[in-house]
Each structure stands twice: as C-alpha cells, then as structure tokens.
Design a protein around this ligand. Structure first.
Ligand code: F6R
Length: 609
C-alpha cells in the first residue's frame, strides 16, 4: 500500500510531512523516510520500523526547508530496511512511490548494463535512475518524469523532486491513489485525504494516466501526453477518522470494498495471458522441482485454513498433486510424516502466527520445501520459508480477515495453474482460459458489492437470530465454513459451517423455524444436489438464504431469500460467493452494534499458543 505526502509552500515542511505520514500509517508501517530541499541541497532521512523512529531522529537532527516529501512503506519488493525505505535518491533526484513496477527486473538489468549502481532491492529505485538519466537530455523535470514513466509498466503514485528545481514537485498517478491539496500559497499531495486535512479541505483527486507540476503558486494538471486537464476542486467535509476509513463506518467494511482492487494488485505483473503462465520469481523452486513434488501440505489457522481448503480443490484438480490441509495447531500436536519431495505451504495473513510458525519448523526438520503465502513482507513466516508468494492486499486493520482471504485464494489459484503447466496437467489453452477467468474476478466482485442494500435487508432479520447454519458443497464448502466464522466472530451469533451432504448425518436435527440456513449454491456441478438440501431444510420450517447465480433456474421455484451473484466459471466462484457472506456478517454485526473492527477476545495476530 504505502503512504505518500509532499509539500511546497511558505512554511517549514518537515513537521507538516511527518504529521501527514502519521495519518497514513494505516497504509503501511515497516519503514519511513523524508526528503527536504534547502538552499539547493536535498537532505534525506530514512528509518526502518514504525514512524516514531524517524520522529526521534528528526527531533535530534531537524531538516529545514519549505519543500519536501515523505513516505511510509508497506514492503512489496525488497524487505523492510533503511536501504529499501523511500525516498530513493539518484544524483540530484529523489523519488517516493506507492505501487508495483511490473517490468522492474528487465529495467534493472538494462540500467545495470549501462553502469547504474543500485543501493536498494526496490522497484522504485529504477524510477529514480530513469529520471536522473533522462534529466540530462530533457529541458524540464516534468518532461524527464514523463519520458521515464513511458518505460514503466505497473501501478504508481509518485512524487519526484530535483535539487536544481527549487520550486516544483512532479507527481503522477496510475492505479495507485493520489490527491492534491490546495492551500494559500502552499500545495500538498498525498495518498489519501487524512494526511492533509489539517491544512486544507480543498482537494483535487488525480485520475489514472495524469501527472501534475506542483509549485507554491498552484498546480498544472495534465495527462501523460501533456493535454491540459481541468479538474473540479472538491471541499472535504469528513473528519480525520472518517477520512482514514474513506467514509466507511468501519475498516472491515472498507476492506470488503477494497477487494476488487486488492485482487487486481495480487495478480498484477504475475499473470500472462499470452504465455498462459504465472510469474514465479519468488516461489523458491525451479520447474524441475515443481515436477518432482509428490504431495502438497497446506498448513494454516482460522480464515487462512479456509483458504487452504479451497486451495486443495484447485491443486488437486488443476495440478493433480495429492494435497492435504492441516490446522497448524494440530499438525504440531502429532508426529506428521514428512517427505523431502513434499511441498509444504504455510498460509498466514500476518506471517507471524505462532502455531503456523512452529509447524514450519517441523516440516523443515523433515527436509520438506517450504513456500509461504503471506501478506506481510519479511515477517517471520516468509523469513523461515524457502520462497514466498506474497499477496498484495495492503495492511488489514479489521480483525476479521476479508481482503486477505480473497488475496490468498488468488495466490493459490495462480499457484495451481503454474504447477499445472509445469507438470503438464493443463494444456496451454486450458491454462489461458483459467487465467482469463481469474482476471475477471475484480469486475465480478464489483457486481456483488452492488447487492449491498439487499444484503443489509436480510441482515436486519438475521440480527435477531441465536443460531445460523451455513451449507455448501465442493468449492463452496470452505466458503460456508468461512461465512460461519465471519458471522460468529463479529456478531457473536452461534454459527456452524457444514458440507451440505453432511446435513442428514446430524445437523438436520437442529432445523426449526428459528434456524436461519445460509446456503452457498452457485451454478456448478453440485447445484442439483444442494437444491435437494434446501428443500429438506424448507420442509422442516427452516429459513433459507440462498447465495445463487444470476441465471440459476434450478432453485427458481423455491421460496427463499436470495442474494444474487453474477454468473462465473465454477473454478472462481469461491472468490465471488464469499463477498455476500462477508457483507452479511458485517451488517448483522452492525445492526447488533458490536465492535466490528475489534471483536471481543480476538487479536489480529495470534503469537501465543
Ligand atoms: C478470522 C481471522 C483469523 C485468522 C487466523 C490466522 O477472521 O482473521 O481466523 O485467519 O488467526 O491468522 P494468520 O492468517 O495471520 O496466520
């Protein structure tokens, strides 16, 4: 995610920038840095760790100056460290960046061949080199930035400053947020409104493919090709806290709504439709090893365990590798059989969960290869693993995991397609079709989010329930488990998830007119059978809420509450059908007035046994 703030004006700026960064810490917090121009020289201070470290450093050695930029980092390329912290400096140019440069490996190799020396592992430093190199050939800083951006693929929000351009900052945006703030003889830009709200409420939201020259006297906004843009200035009426949540009532709701963007970020630069493949630079094993894998063991806790259960279906079906799923706490409670040809995949949003960490130690002792799926770069679990497939979901603040779950699913799906190609269990055409379906997920998720009002109505009724049952079959079974977990953890309603086929083996005894049964029933091979389960529930007076596909005719005659999801390929349905369940739990909890973002007795990272 990362947070950016910059300032040019008549005031000393380092305090303003640091104050802005402190309001963006929710976007990332593994390192931070600031650069300030003073009397023709740019001074840079960077620090690993939370912002407070940089504050202490600046208190000891203040940076004077009236133009500058700051950054709080959420690592994507390169571990959290002072060297990898932004701003990055090359010659007289400094850059801060939020986003992912997809073609960074090619560009870095090219720049190194031309003699460039890199001091970090980041993709961002490439941009600083490109601008510095181009500056000697271009008349203006803006043109140099423009030429450099033409060579970059990926997402970015950037600020560029140059020692010999004393009254201008160049900013640009593509697929990462950037807002310009307009003050009296002073201008700001930031990743998000809260960073500048204390100083101005008049803002201009930049759009993709735009850049701007910002100076004390104003802003010149253009498209990358130089065409002038006239953007309306908006007056912000939100408080700081509302602004951090982008106007959503809770972080959880914001994170649910972020999912289309998060999935796009997790796939960015990794999925190649032309090559029917998935980039694997961080996986830590080569093609020959991929072919040698005899068994996959997915290990996780809680919501991440549910992602693992979905992963098993994909890995077995697409890559045809026998796959087992283990609760980390149980795996470490026995003496599991481990083989050097096993691929062990710990899945953990935080990368710090103690049980998962201990399970890795056991698997390593058995000489298995470890590939982590994690959201937090360089956290304990990736450090203990041979390779890591990072989800790029940005920090998740709501304790109940939502966006990290779907990002884990996207990572597992990519891995299954990758292994399927390497092991020749998927043809090129089938892999391409699977990847095309995956790339449709953000659009389909947006369709689901439009159902929120309908889901809210259903949630209002459900808020008075004491118990709820969630049913699913096949790929929808882990989604039913996840729906039940979400509901119980934030609304405190007792909820159970079951494989629909297990109904007759016990849970059916619970059904009466007080029981709400949520059935995940997208259009797939199991639909006919699950419609049978719905009828069994209805016959016993249970209330059914069906998560059904748009074109479903199989259940059309059943009188139940319906939440419609768009038609999609069966393989990707878990990524779509979980969204209504997240929204349902959220709104039930909100009607009940519970502490949605910090439910009682729960912690975001579980580092105890
Ligand atoms: C539920 C939830 C937890 C976590 C579990 C594992 O919403 O967030 O069940 O999934 O504590 O955490 P990580 O993924 O950080 O290992």
């Amino acid at each position: 995610m990362c947070g950016i703030v910059c300032y040019v004006g008549h005031q000393e700026c380092s305090g303003i920038i640091m104050d802005g960064l402190s309001r963006l810490e929710y976007r990332g917090y593994d390192s931070a840095g600031i650069a300030v121009l003073h009397e023709g020289n740019i001074a840079v201070a960077r620090q690993e760790g939370k912002l407070s470290g940089l504050v202490t450093r600046l208190n000891e050695s203040p940076l004077p100056g009236k133009m500058g930029m700051g950054h709080t980092r959420w690592a994507t390329h390169g571990r959290p460290s002072e060297n990898n912290a932004h701003p990055h400096r090359v010659g007289s140019v400094v850059v801060v960046h939020n986003g992912i440069i997809e073609n960074h490996l090619e560009l870095r190799a090219e720049l190194e061949r031309e003699g460039a020396q890199f001091s970090s592992e980041t993709d961002t430093e490439i941009l600083a080199h490109l601008v510095s190199q181009t500056l000697s050939k271009e008349a203006s800083l803006k043109d140099a930035v423009k030429r450099s951006l033409e060579r970059i693929q990926g997402s970015y929000a950037i600020v560029v400053m140059n020692e010999s351009s004393p009254d201008e900052l160049i900013v640009a945006k593509n697929a990462s947020p950037l807002v310009i703030g307009m003050g009296e003889n002073e201008m700001f830009a930031a990743s998000d409104v809260p960073a500048i709200l204390k100083y101005t409420r008049d803002v201009m939201f930049m759009e993709d493919g735009e850049m701007a020259r910002i100076s004390q006297s104003g802003v010149e906004l253009t498209k990358l090709d130089g065409t002038k843009v006239n953007r309306e200035v908006k007056r912000i009426t939100w408080s700081h806290i509302q602004a951090e949540k982008e106007g959503y009532k809770h972080f959880m709701l914001k994170e649910i709504h972020q999912q289309p963007t998060v999935i796009a970020d997790t796939l960015r630069g990794r999925v190649s439709i032309e090559g029917s493949g998935v980039a694997t630079e961080l996986m830590g094993f080569d093609d020959a090893t991929a072919r040698r894998i005899r068994r996959i063991v997915l290990i996780a806790c809680g919501t991440s365990y549910h992602a693992a259960l979905v992963g098993k279906y994909w890995l077995e079906k697409l890559a045809q590798v026998p796959t087992e799923v283990e609760l980390a706490s149980e795996y470490r409670a026995r003496d599991p059989l481990i083989d050097p040809n096993d691929l062990v995949i710990p899945i953990s949003q935080s990368g710090e969960t103690l049980d998962t960490m201990e399970a890795i130690k056991i698997a390593k002792a058995g000489a298995a290869r470890i590939l982590a799926i994690t959201n937090v770069v360089d956290s304990a679990i990736p450090r203990a693993s041979d390779g890591t497939l990072y989800t790029h979901a940005g920090p998740e603040i709501g304790v109940a995991s939502t966006k990290c779950f779907t990002a884990q699913l996207a990572a597992l799906y990519m891995l299954a397609v990758h292994l399927g190609r390497r092991r020749l269990t998927l043809t090129k055409d089938r892999a391409r079709e699977l990847l095309e379906n995956l790339l449709r997920v953000p659009t389909l998720m947006n369709e689901v989010l439009k159902q929120e009002d309908r889901i809210k109505q259903i949630a209002q009724d459900m808020a008075n329930s004491r118990d709820a049952l969630f049913l699913g079959r096949g790929l929808s079974y882990p989604i039913a488990l996840e729906g039940a977990l979400k509901l119980k953890e934030i609304s405190y309603i007792h909820a159970e998830g079951y494989a629909a086929g297990e109904m007759k083996h016990g849970p059916i005894a619970l059904i009466d007119e007080n029981m709400t049964v949520v059935v995940v029933m997208p259009n797939d091979d199991s639909l006919k059978r699950i419609v049978g389960n719905v009828q069994e529930v209805m016959a016993r007076g249970g209330k059914v809420v069906g998560i059904v596909s748009e074109s479903d005719v199989e259940s059309a005659s059943i009188e139940m509450e319906r939440i419609i999801i768009p038609d999609c390929a069966p393989e990707i349905s878990p990524l779509i059908s979980v969204l209504p369940l997240q929204l349902l739990s959220y709104h039930v909890a909100d009607f009940k007035g519970t502490d949605v973002d910090q439910p009682r007795n729960l912690a975001k990272t579980v580092t105890v046994e």
